[in-house]
Design a protein around this ligand. Structure first.
Ligand code: ASP
Length: 431
C-alpha cells in the first residue's frame, strides 16, 4: 500500500486536483490519500490556512468572520470547476463553528477538513476524520493508540481520504500540528497501515541541493537518509516537515518527495542507508539571523556546573541556543537573534550571577551547513569550503564539526551570507 500526501499547491484549484486524481488512478496501490488545505494559486493569493487564522482573529476581536467569504468563494469555485455540487452546507457549518469561538486550532484545521471532504466526493473515496483517530497528548505528541485506531478504519479495497494537520486531545478538542504539519499526518498514516512507501507530493521535483531562491538551478538530490534530511532541516531546508520523520523512521518506510506538476520525475527518496561513494555530500543549507553570545572565564573547568548555569540563565530569558562551541576558558552559544530582545538585561544578569571576565553579544551571523553521510570519511571537504570562502574574502566567524559528524557548520557575517552560500555551493553543486 502507498500513502500519498498532497500539499497545498496540489489542491489549490480544480486543475491541480485533476492532476492529483490522475496520479492516484495511475497506481492502484495509492489507496490512502492525505491532503493539505488549498495553498496559493499565485504570488498574490492567500493560503486557506492563513485566511482561517484570520477569521478566528476577527471573531476574537469581536467582529464577524469577514474573511470567510474569500474561503467560501475558493471552495465554491473549485467545486464548480470540477463539475460538483457546491459545499454550502458544510461551509455554513464551519463558518458558524468558527463564529461560536471554538478557537484557532479548530478554525485552522477546517482548511484540510473541507479539502478532504471535497476530494472524497470527487474521488468517490471514503472520508476519515483525523479528529476521530489521531489523538494528541497535552504536550502535542501522538498517542500510540492512534496508529491502531487509524489502521482499524482501513477496510476493503477502496480508497480513503484523510485531512492532514490535526487530531484531537483527550477532551475531544481539535488540535493542530505546527505549520506544514500535514506531512506529519501523512507519516502517521504510513506507519499506521505499514505502507511500502510514503509519497509526499509537492510543487518541486524533490529536495534540491541548495535553496533555489538563492542559488540558480541547484540539482535534485536523488536519495538521502532520514538523518541527512533532519540535519538539513535543522539549518534551513524546509521541503518536508522535520517532525514527520519520526513516525516512519523506525519502521524504515521510505519517503518519496515528488512533483504533482511533473509526475514522470522520480523525485527524492529518503531512506535508512545509502551508498555514499558517489555523492558523499548531499546538501548545503543555510539559515540567517543568529547571534553569538560569547563568554570567557579563567579556569572554567574548576567551576562544576558552570555551563549548565549559563544555559539555564539563557533559557530563563527565553533564549534557546541551537549550536555551541566550547573552549578551555570560554563558552559560545548561537541562538536566533529574535530571542535577544532583552539583551541588555540578560548580559547584566550573566555578569551578576556568573561573574565572567568577558561576556558579549556578537553581531548577526548566518550559518551554512554542508551535509552528507560521506563527510566522516571524505578528506578535504573542510579544506575546500574554507578555500572557497577565502577566495571570496569572506571571514569565518564560527565553526562546528563533530557535534554531528555528517554536518560541517560554518558561520559568516550575515552581510556575506549569500556570497558564502554561492561559494560553497559551487564546490559541491554539480556532484
Ligand atoms: N495547511 C497547514 C499549513 O498551511 C498545514 C499544511 O499545509 O501542511 O501550515
Amino acid at each position: 500500500m502507498i500513502v500519498s500526501k498532497f500539499g497545498g499547491s496540489s489542491v489549490a484549484e480544480a486543475s491541480q486536483i485533476r492532476k492529483v486524481k490522475k496520479i492516484i488512478e495511475s497506481n492502484s496501490m495509492r489507496r490512502i490519500i492525505v491532503v493539505s488545505a488549498p495553498g496559493k494559486r499565485n504570488n498574490k493569493d492567500e493560503k486557506i490556512t492563513d485566511l482561517l487564522y484570520r477569521c478566528n482573529d476577527e471573531v476574537e476581536n469581536g467582529s464577524k468572520t469577514k474573511s470567510f467569504n474569500i474561503i467560501r468563494e475558493r471552495y465554491t469555485e473549485i467545486c464548480k470547476n470540477l463539475g460538483m455540487d457546491d459545499m454550502s452546507e458544510i461551509l455554513d457549518e464551519v463558518e458558524s463553528g468558527i463564529e461560536s469561538g471554538k478557537g484557532p486550532d479548530y478554525a485552522a484545521s477546517r482548511g484540510e477538513y473541507l479539502a478532504a471532504r471535497l476530494l472524497a466526493d470527487f474521488f468517490e473515496a471514503e472520508f476519515i476524520d483525523t479528529a476521530e483517530v489521531i489523538k494528541l497528548t497535552d504536550d502535542g505528541r501522538v498517542e500510540e493508540s492512534s496508529y491502531k485506531a487509524l489502521n482499524a478504519r482501513i477496510k476493503g479495497t477502496g480508497k480513503f481520504i484523510i485531512p492532514g494537520f490535526y487530531g484531537s486531545n483527550s477532551r475531544g478538542e481539535i488540535k493542530t500540528f505546527s505549520r506544514g504539519g500535514s506531512d506529519i499526518t501523512g507519516a502517521i498514516a504510513a506507519r499506521a497501515v505499514g505502507a511500502d512507501i510514503y509519497e509526499n507530493w509537492t510543487d518541486v521535483s524533490g529536495l534540491l541541493m541548495s535553496d533555489p531562491r538563492l542559488i540558480d538551478n541547484p540539482c535534485v538530490v536523488n536519495e538521502l537518509t532520514y538523518k541527512e534530511i533532519r540535519e538539513l532541516a535543522s539549518i534551513g531546508a524546509n521541503v518536508f516537515h522535520e517532525e514527520a520523520i519520526t513516525p516512519v523512521k523506525d519502521y524504515k518506510i521510505p519517503i518519496n518527495i515528488r512533483n504533482t506538476n511533473k509526475p514522470e520525475e522520480e523525485g527524492t527518496m529518503i531512506v535508512t542507508d545509502r551508498d555514499t561513494s558517489k555523492s558523499p555530500i548531499i546538501g548545503i543549507s543555510g539559515k540567517t539571523g543568529y547571534r553569538n553570545i560569547f563568554l570567557e572565564k579563567l579556569m572554567l573547568n574548576r567551576y562544576p556546573g558552570f555551563r549548565e548555569k549559563f544555559l539555564l540563565l539563557l533559557n530563563k530569558n527565553n533564549i534557546f541556543p541551537e549550536f555551541e562551541s566550547t573552549g578551555f576558558d570560554s563558552l559560545s552559544f548561537l541562538a536566533p537573534e529574535n530571542q535577544f530582545d532583552n539583551a541588555d538585561s540578560v548580559i547584566s544578569d550573566i555578569k551578576e550571577q556568573l561573574n565572567p571576565e568577558l561576556v558579549e553579544l556578537r553581531p548577526s551571523i548566518s550559518l551554512i551547513g554542508v551535509v552528507g553521510s560521506g563527510l566522516p570519511e571524505q578528506i578535504g571537504v573542510a579544506a575546500d569550503v574554507f578555500t572557497a570562502l577565502k577566495n571570496k574574502n569572506i571571514n569565518v566567524r564560527f565553526i562546528n564539526y563533530g557535534g554531528s559528524d555528517i554536518t560541517l557548520l560554518v558561520g559568516v557575517d550575515t552581510d556575506s551570507y549569500l556570497d558564502a552560500l554561492k561559494a560553497v555551493h559551487s564546490i559541491f553543486g554539480g556532484k
